[in-house]
Design a protein around this ligand. Structure first.
Ligand SMILES: Nc1ncnc2c1ncn2[C@@H]1O[C@H](COP(=O)(O)OP(=O)(O)OP(=O)(O)O)[C@@H](O)[C@H]1O
Ligand SMILES: [Mg+2]
Length: 367
């Protein structure tokens, strides 16, 4: 017997022959994980399952009997969904690509597949599958691979960079008495401290495949941010940016390795300055730095009005060696991410092309 439902789908009864006594192919298609949409040889949508209309956020009855043009013109179809369907259609039907991958507005990954031609007797079958889990595994494997490679490279590079730094350190110490006479002893102190920090950073960067032992201490967030802003202010001015350090509410203390924390905030401010200088239009670059308490956590934010990032960049941001800069190493954020995770925190980011970027570092507070 043909059900009312099959009739409404205008499908020949043989398409829904029994799989077993009580189950039809229709039931099977309704309950599989992938979304399915079938257009007949006239281009009319004759079948759509639950996963597919749930993805489109439309009712089944508003889809059946439509052509692709009708579907795209449906006023209930959101702007973002319309864009996704249109892109998938262009890639697969117009450009003849068998699959198309995309990220939806909720950050989920999807793979659309098209089956057509003789095999489908003139019909077009669209299959949609969520692949967020595969992507996560793929990304983790890629990060692990890159980190292993980084570990191998580290020994030789560290050796090469540390040697000149040691020489510079020695000469600054020799110059120390002369600078003292000139009343500029402070300069030597700053240079020595910065060389030491560079040495630590090299060590940290280049051994980032091996977990290092953090030197744990209590860090007042306000002191941490003040110090980093002080270090970067002059560089920012030269690059035409203003750094605005927001006043903090109360004393917020975190526990961790102060040098590593400084390195993370420095990385982000440097990225912000670079994003501002890479933006071509003539405007004042602004970097906002601050922190606020959120329950038992502190949220440190660094936002800029630089060039921003597209989805593709956002997606690979924390991968080791991912960089869009000619002279970048692509290690800044991957190392920062690892440091913050080691401290029980996390980094989140939001960005818009040509508007700017906001990084938020969440860390547990000492109660
Ligand atoms: N504030 C930002 N605005 C725009 N793009 C950013 C920002 N921060 C990071 N990015 C993007 O993320 C990429 C990776 O950043 P990351 O700090 O890891 O490496 P990098 O800055 O390219 O090189 P380096 O190792 O010298 O830091 C950058 O190349 C850039 O494309
Ligand atoms: Mg960087």
């Amino acid at each position: 017997m043909i059900s009312q439902y099959q009739e409404s789908l205008l499908l020949p009864a043989r398409m829904f022959q029994s799989v077993s006594m009580n189950t039809t192919y229709e039931d099977v298609l309704e309950h599989i994980e992938s979304g399915i949409m079938l257009f007949d040889e006239e281009g009319v949508l004759v079948f759509v399952n639950k996963q597919m209309y749930a993805f489109l956020e439309l009712a089944r009855h508003s889809l059946l009997g439509c052509t692709m043009t009708h579907l795209l013109a449906n006023i209930q179809l959101s702007r973002l969904k319309r864009k996704q369907v249109l892109r998938a259609y262009r890639e697969m039907v117009r450009k003849n690509k068998p699959t198309y991958e995309f990220i939806d507005e909720y950050g989920r990954y999807w793979r659309a597949t098209l089956r057509s031609g003789e095999q489908m007797k003139g019909s077009y079958l669209f299959i949609l599958k969520e692949i967020s889990d595969y992507k996560l595994i793929e990304q983790t494997a890629y990060q692990n691979d890159s980190l292993a490679m980084l570990g191998k490279l580290s020994a030789s590079i560290a050796h090469e960079i540390r040697n000149p730094l040691t020489a510079i350190r020695g000469f600054i110490q020799l110059l120390h008495p002369h600078l003292h006479q000139l009343g500029k002893e402070e300069y030597a102190k700053i240079i020595l401290a910065e060389i030491d920090r560079a040495n630590d950073i090299i060590h940290e960067f280049l051994t980032s495949s091996k977990p290092s032992v953090p030197q744990v201490s209590m860090i007042p967030v306000s002191a941490l941010l003040k110090e980093v802003v002080l270090l970067t202010e002059s560089e920012a001015l030269m690059k035409g940016c203003q750094i605005n350090l927001h006043p903090l509410q109360g004393d917020m203390i975190i526990s961790g390795d102060a040098k590593q924390m400084k390195q993370v905030v420095l990385n982000m401010i440097r990225n912000a300055m670079e994003a501002i200088t890479e933006r071509s239009d003539d405007y004042i670059g602004k970097i906002e730095v601050g922190a606020r308490r959120e329950g038992a956590e502190v949220r440190i934010f660094i936002s800029d009005n630089g060039k921003g990032m597209d989805l593709c960049t956002l997606d690979r941001l924390f991968n080791p060696f991912f960089t869009t800069k000619e002279n970048g190493t692509g290690l800044g954020l991957s190392v920062s991410d690892r440091i913050i995770k080691n401290h029980g925190g996390c980094i989140s980011v939001s960005s818009r092309v040509n508007e700017g970027t906001r990084f938020v570092i969440s860390l547990p507070l000492i109660q």
